[in-house]
Design a protein around this ligand. Structure first.
Ligand SMILES: C[S@@+](CC[C@H](N)C(=O)[O-])C[C@H]1O[C@@H](n2cnc3c(N)ncnc32)[C@H](O)[C@@H]1O
Length: 352
């Protein structure tokens, strides 16, 4: 308290308090990148670049730790381009963070970098691979497949826990079973192939629009993942609970639970200091300053944003089956180009 001014600190709802113990606090440290991906939601449509400064990131991780976060997600742009990465990771582990999940394209790996990464307690890496060489190079730049494959092998040689992040558009979907089998053979030791449904972003070239999955494609994707899981391949679909609903309706075995993109405890601080719930969402909840994480997590806008939907879903005949499979709100509008009828409804209607 200063003078007569009273600072009111809202108590954190227990639902949020419990969630953040398990949730990643996501930080986009830079939007600069060593790749030039045509489909990237971070870079598309903008020629400006942003970097967070060291003191801001230190403040974010301190505040995050104080309010209960124990897991960090560091992303970009390309986080290995950001000069303070190792200092921040060291600080986070000393503070008491239990794990750090780092997204990278691996282009800047050398043995020194990999030794440093290996020495970070609780570090898991993802490297992005978009499919066989022709598909990968089409979307991530000429000759990038070779660099990516080398990076994957280097990380595995250093025994760093590694996930392959594979964005699925129509091109990869057409070869997915073959690709998954090939990737596990070529890179034995990867922990998982994490598939990510391609989403629409501003400023995309037409060829990316044409890659978005239609409702029928999405159903095929679920069938393929289910079969791959039955055959013992560790494959999941990131933050896409609609897959579990489809699997349930088709009576397919479905092994991986897939939380919603928007969920309690989720926060991302972007390189321009804006704060959003998820990395791919654009709706800013404010600009970072000390104390802001707590204020946002206890704000009405945030609490309303992560609530179960009771408008669109209430008038949808699929609501009961969705809730049973853990889907609490409609698909995000950026799943394809049509916004009038939610993507999830069109997918589920196609099964009737
Ligand atoms: C934005 S990148 C940043 C980290 C790093 N530079 C990399 O290449 O992985 C993080 C992940 O987001 C994925 N991503 C980017 N744009 C996407 C989109 N439009 N739809 C789905 N995933 C996307 C990337 O493929 C990558 O796996």
């Amino acid at each position: 308290m200063m003078g007569n001014a009273m600072v009111v600190i809202n108590a954190m709802p227990s639902k949020i308090h419990e969630a953040i113990k398990k949730e990643n606090l996501s930080i986009e440290v830079t939007t600069r990148c060593t790749s030039n991906c045509t489909y990237c939601f971070v870079r598309s449509g903008s020629s400006e670049y942003h970097d967070l400064d060291y003191r801001t990131v230190l403040s974010i991780i301190k505040e995050g730790y104080e309010i209960g976060y124990r897991h960090l997600h560091i992303t970009g742009g390309e986080p290995l381009l950001w000069g303070h990465l190792f200092d921040i990771c060291d600080n986070a582990i000393v503070m008491g963070y239990e794990s750090i999940f780092l997204n990278t394209n691996g282009f800047l790996f050398d043995s020194n970098t990999l030794k440093k990464l290996k020495s970070i307690k609780g570090l898991n890496l993802s490297i992005s691979l978009l499919g066989f060489p022709d598909i990968h190079d089409t979307f991530r730049g000429y000759n990038s497949f070779i660099k990516t494959a080398q990076a994957i092998e280097m990380a595995l040689n250093h025994n760093i826990p590694l996930y392959l992040f594979c964005v699925v558009g129509k091109s990869l979907l057409a070869h997915l079973p073959h690709f998954v089998q090939w990737a596990f053979q070529k890179f034995p030791g990867i922990k998982e192939i994490t598939l990510i449904q391609l989403i629409r972003v501003s400023g995309n070239a037409d060829k990316v629009f044409n890659e978005l999955l239609t409702p029928d494609d999405f159903v095929s994707l679920v069938r393929i993942i289910s079969l791959l899981n039955v055959y013992g391949f560790s494959v999941s679909l990131l933050e896409n609970p609609l897959a579990a609903v489809v699997a349930q309706m088709l009576e397919l075995p479905w092994f991986s639970s897939s939380p919603h993109l928007i969920r309690p405890g989720r926060l991302t601080i972007k390189a321009d200091k804006s704060i959003t719930i998820a990395h791919s969402s654009c709706q800013s909840l404010g600009t970072y300053s000390r104390g802001k994480l707590h204020r946002i997590l206890t704000s009405e806008v945030y609490l309303h944003g992560i609530e179960d939907d009771c408008n669109t879903c209430a008038s949808c005949k699929h609501m009961a089956v969705c809730r049973k499979a853990g889907m609490q709100r409609p698909s995000e509008p950026f799943r394809d180009m049509q916004e009038t009828i939610p993507y999830c409804k069109r997918v589920l209607d196609s099964l009737l």
